[in-house]
Design a protein around this ligand. Sequence first.
Ligand code: LLP
Length: 418
Amino acid sequence: MIDVFPEAATIEDGELLLGGVSAEALAAEHGTPLVVYCEATLRRRARALAAAVDGGRVFYGVKAFANVALLRLLREEGIGADVASEGELAFARAAGLGAEELVVHGNAKDERFLAAAAAAGSPVVLDAPDEAPLAAEAGVRQTLVRVTLGVDADTHEAIRTGHHGSKFGLPPDRALTLLADALAAGIDVLGLHVHVGSQMADFDAQEETIRRLAAFAGRCRAELGWVARVADLGGGFGIRHHPNDRVTDAVQLATAAAVTARASFAQAGLAEPEVWLEPGRSLVGPAGVTLYRVVSVKRLPGRTWVAIDGGMSDNPRPQLYDARYTALSALRADAPADEVVSVAGMHCESGDVLIDDVALPGARRGDLLAVPATGAYTLAMASNYNGVGRPAAVLVRDGAVTAIRRRETVDDLLALEA
Ligand code: LLP
C-alpha cells in the first residue's frame, strides 16, 4: 500500500514519516485535516513531464490546486500555468509567472476576464462562437482554438470533455468558423487545443483525439490556408489513488501524446507542431497526503465506522466521482491491518463517507489516518460546509516543513458575514 504514497514516505518504528518528518509531529504542529506535499515527488514529476514534451511546453492545470508556493516550485522546473479564471490568473501572477508562461482557458470568459488575460499578455484559448471579436476588442493578441472531436474518454462522465455535445470547445465545423473569425479579427492564432477528459488511465481516447486533431489541422490549412504551429493536447493523465488502481504512468502517457501528435501531423503532410500539455492531477496529486485525526469509532453489527475530523468539505471526490481512496494508520503503520472499517466524514449527511472499506489495525479515538494521492482536486474543491474552515497545507523535504497555506479559522468565516 505504501506504493501510492509519495516517494519520501517511510515507516520508522511503526510510524509514518513524510519527507523525513513524523506524521504526528506535522499533525501536532499544523492541526488536522492537513494536506502534506512531498517536494521530491513534485520536482521529479515536474521534470519528467517537462522532458516528455521534448522542446514543447508544460502548463500546470492550476485548478488541481491553486497555490503560490507550488506554482513557484513548478516554475523552477520549467512549468507554466493553465488558468481558467481571474482568480487562478492572479495566483499565477503572484507566483511570478509571465506572459509566455501562461495559457488562459474558460468556456465562459466574461469581458473582465478577457481584459485581465489581455493585460497579462498571454495566449487565450477561444472556446465560444462569439469570442473572437470580444477577445480582439479586449486586446488579446495570441490565441488557440479549442475543438471538440467527439471522442468519449473512459472516465467518470462528469470529467469527460471531448465527447459530442460537450459544453467545452466547438465541434469541427463551428471551430473552423471561430478560427476564420479570429483570423478576420486580426488575432494571431497559434494553434489548436483539445482536452479529452480527466483521470484517464490509458492512451486510447487521447490517441484517437490526436489523430482527429491532425486531420482537422489539415482541413484548416486546406480551407483557410492557416497552419497550426502549436498542438495543445490539454491534461487528463490519470493517477493511482488506491493500490488496486491500474493506470498507465503519466510520463508515459505524456510522451506518447507528444510523439503521436508530431507523427500524426507529419502523416497529414503538416509541419510538426510545438506540443503543449496541461497536466494538473498528474503533477500534484501523487505528491499530496491528507492527515486526519480519528474522532470516534462505532462498532455496529456489520459495519465499523471510523469518524474523522474532515470529510466531504476537504475532499468531495467520493461524492462527485465515486472516487476510491485508501488510508494508513500513521501511528501504527506496521501493525497488522486486521479490521475492515468505513471511514466517515464529520458532516451531517450519510453520504459523507471518505472510504467505504479499508483494513486498519483496530482503530481508536486519537489515531491519525494518512490518505495518499490527495494532492489534486481536494483543497481546490474544499468548502465551508457545516461552518468548517478549509485545511492547511505544508510542503516537506529532508526533515524541513514549509507552511504553504494556512488553515481557515471560524473568524475567517465570520468575517464574511454582513
Ligand atoms: N486543461 C483543461 C482545459 C482542463 O479542463 C483540465 C481539467 C486540465 C487541463 C487538467 O486536467 P488534469 O490533468 O488535472 O486531469 N475535479 C475533477 C477534475 C476536473 C478536471 C477539469 N479540467 C476531479 O476531481 O477529478
